[in-house]
Design a protein around this ligand. Structure first.
Ligand SMILES: [Zn+2]
Ligand SMILES: [Zn+2]
Length: 398
């Protein structure tokens, strides 16, 4: 027997007994919240009193006294079960979240198992402090005549020839690798850059030898953006800095000549490779010969042993040859030894040799100071023609 039949009739609702459909107004009354729920459901309602509540509770078989003490107590029979769609959605969400958590855990474990040495080094590297450079150059003191240079680290060299400023392969980031916002993944520097971008004078010309991440560092080039600066790059590499604001970006191939201000620049052949992502082997890789007012500088970029330097020999030797001397063990196919660097510079003809591409990033297995020690041995009797030996040192030519 339905105890609330008469009141339901006034509400225009149907009471079908305990097992039949439940009127929504019953839930409102039991909750003691007046007409709120019913109003939200858009139903026309009349107020129901305390006695109605009691009747409703009785009808649902719930202890009347308990309901009076706790008006928030809802009879089980009035709690509408979740729909099948809701139950399915919850089940799928739970399964998805569990699967994702297990997948991430499994992927992390697999990555660790595949290369535990890499991950141990990675975590150790995170906390490794950078060494200070041996010296801090002060280009603000360089006069606007003569040739001046400073090695800032790796293959980054600041040059000033009769007031014309050149920067080679700029990298100021702590990592040579991939930069994703605040996170960088790649080889961490050993030694910090001798100068930061804000310490540099205005740069007239940037030379980019190739797209490897220890040479073409996009964040560094972003810091160096200027309407006064021209960038020369190897073939099929300028797309990597598309959108950056420079006066001009030009690509050069081997044997191509161009002029930037007072500088005549020649793209030269080296023995290396240009892919940044393994498959993009179409990218070029260059050395450069720069001539400004009779001063000739050869920047070899990255190179393994090559006979191509013989073709650069002329009656007047290069004033300065900038040669890579590190990362040869075991990468001898791509990077020359210090002895080979000395020989190739000699074949091109030089007054002074500036060794770079060592002491900055540990890209290979030889000890950090082995390259410069081997170069000094190779130059025995001519050590004074080695322009500098440590990061941050300056070199001045007449
Ligand atoms: Zn390279
Ligand atoms: Zn390199």
């Amino acid at each position: 027997m339905c105890a609330v039949r008469s009141k339901r009739a006034t509400m225009g609702e149907e009471c079908a007994g305990r097992d039949g459909p439940r009127p929504r107004s019953t839930l409102t009354g039991v909750g003691g919240a007046g007409l709120l729920t019913g109003s939200m459901m858009g139903e026309r309602r009349e107020p129901i009193g305390e006695s109605d509540v009691a009747q409703t509770v009785e009808a649902d078989g719930v202890d009347r006294e308990r309901m009076r003490k706790n008006p928030h107590l809802v009879p089980k029979s009035l709690v509408r079960p979740a729909s099948k769609r809701t139950r399915d959605w919850k089940r799928r969400t739970l399964i998805g979240a569990t699967g994702t958590a297990l997948g991430l855990t499994g992927a992390a474990y697999a990555a660790y198992r595949a290369a535990p040495g890499f991950w141990k080094n990675f975590y150790a590297d995170l906390h490794r402090p950078l060494l200070d450079p041996a010296s801090i150059p002060n280009p603000s003191l360089w006069p606007d005549t003569g040739a001046h240079a400073a090695w800032l680290g790796h293959s980054t060299v600041l040059l000033k020839v009769n007031g014309f400023t050149i920067l080679t392969d700029p990298i100021f980031s702590d990592h040579a690798g991939i930069h994703l916002g605040m996170v960088s993944v790649g080889v961490k520097r050993q030694t910090r850059s001798a100068l930061e971008p804000e310490d540099l004078p205005p740069i007239d010309l940037i030379l980019s030898s190739h797209a490897h991440r220890d040479h073409l560092d996009v964040p560094s080039l972003r810091w160096l953006q200027s309407p006064e600066t021209t960038v020369l790059m190897a073939r099929h590499t300028s797309n990597l800095i598309r959108g950056l604001q420079f006066k001009e970006v030009r690509e050069l191939g081997w044997g191509d000549r161009t002029r930037v201000g007072p500088a005549s620049v020649l793209g030269t052949e080296v023995n290396h490779w240009g892919a940044r992502m393994r498959v993009d082997t179409y990218r070029g890789y260059n050395g450069y010969r720069i001539e400004v007012d009779g001063v000739s500088i050869l920047f070899a970029g990255d190179t393994a042993q090559s006979d191509a330097f013989r073709g650069l020999r002329s009656r007047k030797p290069h004033s300065l040859v900038i040669m890579p001397i590190g990362a040869y063990n075991p990468w001898i196919r791509y990077h020359c030894t210090p002895e080979q660097a000395w020989t190739m510079a000699a074949e091109a003809g030089f007054e002074f040799l500036m060794p770079v591409h060592h002491q900055t990033f540990a890209l290979s297995q030889e000890p950090s100071h082995e390259p410069i020690e081997r170069l000094l041995r190779a130059a025995r009797g001519h050590e004074d023609r080695i322009a500098l030996q440590e990061i941050g040192q300056e070199f001045h030519l007449g």
